[in-house]
Design a protein around this ligand. Structure first.
Ligand code: COA
Length: 331
């Protein structure tokens, strides 16, 4: 039997502070009705002062290690998917590695926005399947709340995002379970349709007062264009990923989609004619937590006892880049 990368344990962490749509309507011109109608989001979590992306990652990683019955010292590699790092460099993974009490374990960041976790799985599984590393921590962690602008100018994105982290541990298996297939794609042609222009090294000194006044540090999105591409790409990549391992939609026990917008996921599920009982959503409670979304959702489905060993799971994402991808695994 081929060597495959299997999920040994999962963990997640959401900061305790709940921010409702009504809370946001107190600080800017929006409403619970607008947000719920367009996105399905009712509330999200925001960090308190002092907490950083690597702290969220640490909590989720500790939980994943405990669920796998492992200690940090058992890890051979750390991969963190995030585009909201504590600092410009080094990446979140260096701080996470230090906070886990490790001193030489290789640690890398991967920046593929909302598809980051699928890219991280594709990367980590290659290390496990090749036999290079045995135990790989794969974490998605995002802290959006400090980077959003709670004003009319930023409201189209400010209401959509939340903070959180999710993680899993991959290890080798020859039992026929584990990751069966994973596909990731990118289309840089549409990079500016969902992006944050500055700060960046396209500009002398990263940014300046004029650029800040213009709001070039506020996430910018062509919402309808993103929506249209997400609902086309997600079913397409999911079906192709399944077909490549001779599986069909009926074989899937659990569909996990990136949680950017409930309307996107409803449309994707409808296109696939997926059994609603097999489609899991948590966006109403979390908002979009980008690369943290899929591992948070996975851990919740596991913790709630909905996902059993041996069942077939798909994880499918779409995001800025554009990037998209899908992973199918037997849990
Ligand atoms: N509260 C109230 N009004 C808002 C608002 C907010 N938070 N944000 C924007 N608006 C206003 C706009 O100013 C605009 O007003 P105008 O018509 O007077 O110019 C209007 O609402 C836009 O509404 P509409 O065109 O109906 O928005 P939409 O149906 O395109 O929905 C999104 C907007 C963002 C919810 C939707 O396009 C979307 O979800 N896109 C995909 C987003 C996504 O997935 N992003 C992450 C990908 S990983």
């Amino acid at each position: 039997m081929a060597l495959r990368a299997k999920v040994l344990g999962t963990g997640s962490y959401l900061p305790p502070k709940v921010v409702t749509n009504d809370d946001l309507a107190q600080i800017m011109n929006t409403s619970d009705e607008w947000i719920q109608q367009r996105s399905g989001i009712k509330e999200r979590r925001f960090v308190d002062d002092g907490m950083m992306t690597s702290d969220l990652a640490l909590e989720a990683s500790r939980a994943a290690l405990a669920s796998a019955g492992l200690e940090a010292g058992d890890l051979d590699m750390i991969v963190v998917a995030s585009f909201t790092p504590d600092h410009y460099f080094p990446g979140v993974s260096s701080f996470l590695q230090r906070k886990l009490g490790l001193d030489a374990t290789p640690a890398m960041d991967l920046r593929c926005q909302c598809t980051g976790f699928v890219y991280a799985l594709q990367t980590a599984r290659a290390f496990v399947e090749s036999g290079i590393y045995q135990r790989v921590l794969v974490c998605g962690s995002e802290l959006h709340s400090r980077g959003l602008e709670f004003s009319d100018r930023g409201r189209d994105t400010a209401v959509l995002f939340g903070d959180g982290a999710g993680a899993l541990i991959l290890g080798p298996s020859e039992e026929g379970d584990g990751i069966l297939n994973c596909r990731v794609y990118a289309q840089g042609e549409h990079a500016e349709r969902l992006w944050m222009d500055a700060p960046g090294l396209a500009y002398q000194g990263l940014t300046n007062a004029e650029m800040i006044a213009e709001g070039r540090q506020v996430p910018a999105m062509d919402g309808r264009f993103v929506f249209k591409h997400a609902v086309a790409r997600m079913p397409e990549v999911l079906l192709a990923t399944l077909a490549e391992c001779d599986l069909g939609l009926d074989d899937v026990d659990h569909f996990l989609f990136h949680q950017a917008n409930l309307r996107i996921n409803e449309m994707v599920a409808k296109k696939l004619q997926a059994d609603p009982a097999k489609v899991h959503n948590n966006i109403h409670k979390t908002g979009n937590t980008s690369a943290a979304t899929l591992p948070i959702l996975l851990d919740q489905v596991v913790s709630e006892g909905k996902l059993k060993r041996g069942e077939l799971v798909t994880m499918t994402g779409f995001g800025s880049g554009f990037t998209w991808g899908s992973c199918v695994f037997r849990y």
